[in-house]
Design a protein around this ligand. Structure first.
Ligand code: ADP
Length: 501
């Protein structure tokens, strides 16, 4: 029991662990993707803001030279009465610096002081570059800025270039990103914990039927093989597992019952003659006085002992046959000739029982690879039954025919027949229909004849089919392949077809 629990726990743990790892990785990947997306959106927004401000700079900033050479200054030309225009210019001027080629600052916002925007190296780069130069820098308070550096041309001298850098604070977007990261980091363990709990519960639920199967399997023993696991009706893999398991138990139950029945039958079959022998010997011992009386008792005992050894021999042979210890001695034989010979042998007993015995061959020859001894045994068993269970005045026919690659032997009688409830069992060892034929025949059957027939047919790769109608007669149809199939001996109980009429 503890071992089984460990297995389930192990499986449950593995399922939950795998699920948690995959779930966590996915969650982290999705969070990183969203963070990255947010960062690039914020970045794009900052660039767009700066480009808009640059458009304002271009529209309202003039660099004029009003007092002769080299005396330039920046003039913002806009309608201060227009609040929109004034606000736009104020926004553009929030962080800005204007310098000439030599790095002399001509105008600028107070915010830019610590950003060091008018740095000669950057001025040179900005004046030479065809497009705008973007860079990120931090002021002395640690506030990050995005800077757009470019140039404007002088109003009177379009060839003269003036360096203009404008900037926008990234403090808000950085704060947003930071809070996204922190919130994600704080939520992640919580989400993972919830995931683990849900995973653990679901894995447990999914494995409950497996546990049930294991528990039922453990409860099943020889005495309660009828136990079955109820199918849940979900039609899923576990239901299929349960169905397969139930079918397996059913097969085991059938086999187990057969073995049990067989042991009961064997002990019963052996006990009766032993009891009789013992009784006869005791009676002889206490009551017999003359030699003849003793002789009579001994003769009776010998007859019973003969029956005992017959049973033991037949059983031994049958179990050797069924465990593959009897090797067929196959040779090329004509079934018509063999069947005719056996029918001839049965003519005298048939006459004695006032039964007409006929042999009909629809083919002159029917040649194949057979074991003569076994085929003769099979035909004898079928014929002796047919004669035994057919009352006086009846008829027994042995009909042989060839159908493509198959020989068909039919043993038909007009006897008492076998009722449908007995039909499925007549090939079982020791199975006898009680009272059947016993009045007609003094010889009591062992109930092993048809078991031999079944084995012989199977061993030759054929099938045996029985049809019977109570009071009207029985027909056994044996089909044997005329060309030997590889692995024919593997053909199992499927070789037996039983049909009630
Ligand atoms: P047995 O030695 O008793 O004949 P079998 O295995 O040959 O044992 O047959 C099993 C039982 O099948 C018989 O006891 C009999 O009841 C039934 N049976 C077999 N062949 C016939 C038949 N031709 N007609 C009626 N019953 C038959």
């Amino acid at each position: 029991m503890p071992e089984r629990k460990n297995i389930t726990r192990g499986l449950r743990f593995t399922l939950t662990a795998v699920y948690t790892i995959v779930f966590t990785l996915l969650l982290v990947a999705v969070s990183l993707f969203f963070r990255q997306n947010l960062a690039s959106n914020l970045d794009e927004q900052a660039h767009e803001d700066l480009n808009q401000n640059w458009a304002i700079v271009k529209a309202y900033l003039r660099i004029v030279n009003d007092k002769g050479q080299n005396n330039y200054h920046a003039v913002w030309v806009f309608d201060s009465d227009d609040p929109e225009e004034a606000a736009a210019v104020a926004a553009a001027k929030k962080v800005y610096t204007i310098a000439d080629e030599k790095g002399r600052v001509m105008d600028g916002s107070t915010d830019d002081q610590t950003l060091g925007l008018a740095n000669p190296k950057e001025i040179r780069a900005a004046l030479q570059a065809p497009g705008a130069q973007f860079s990120e820098r931090t002021d002395e308070d640690g506030v990050p800025y995005l800077i757009r550096a470019s140039y404007v041309n002088g109003e009177e001298e379009p060839n003269k270039k003036f360096y203009v850098a404008i900037g926008t604070s990234l403090a808000k977007s950085h704060k947003l990103l930071r809070s996204f990261t922190w919130q994600g980091a704080a939520l992640l363990p919580l989400v993972i914990l919830t995931g683990i709990t849900i995973g653990w519960i679901f894995a447990g639920r999914a494995l409950t039927p497996v546990l049930e199967i294991a528990e039922t399997a453990q409860r099943i023993s020889g005495s309660n093989l009828s136990l079955r696991i109820p199918v849940r009706g979900a039609g899923d893999e576990l239901d299929r597992l349960i169905e397969t398991f139930n079918q397996m138990i059913e097969r085991i139950e059938v086999n187990f019952n057969q073995v049990r029945q067989f042991s009961t039958d064997v002990s019963h079959e052996l006990r009766t003659p032993i009891t009789v022998v013992r009784g006869q010997l005791e009676v002889a011992l206490f009551t017999a006085e003359t030699v003849d009386q003793y002789r009579e008792a001994v003769v009776n005992c010998l007859a019973d002992i003969e029956r005992l050894s017959q049973i033991v021999r037949a059983l031994l042979l049958l179990s050797q046959a069924e465990t593959g210890q009897v090797i067929l001695q196959k040779q090329t034989l004509d079934l018509v000739e063999i069947a005719e010979g056996i029918v001839d042998q049965f003519q005298i007993p048939a006459e004695g029982a006032e039964v007409t015995l006929r042999f009909i061959a629809h083919t002159p020859h029917c040649t194949g690879e057979f074991d003569r001894v076994q085929i003769e045994r099979m035909l004898s068993n079928l014929l002796s039954n047919a004669v035994k269970f057919t009352p006086a005045g009846g008829e027994v026919r042995v009909i042989i025919d060839r159908k493509e690659n198959e020989a068909e032997i039919r043993v038909e009688d007009t006897g008492e027949g076998i009722s449908p409830e007995h039909l499925p069992h007549i090939f079982d060892r020791f199975y006898r229909v009680r009272g059947a034929g016993e009045q007609a025949s003094p010889e009591k059957g062992l109930g092993l004849g048809l078991s031999f027939v079944a084995w012989i047919v199977r061993a030759h790769g054929g099938t045996v089919d029985v049809r019977s109608e109570s009071g009207k007669g029985t027909t056994f149809v044996v089909r044997l392949p005329l060309t030997v199939l590889a692995g024919a001996r593997q053909i199992d109980e499927a070789g037996l077809i039983v049909t009630g009429a």
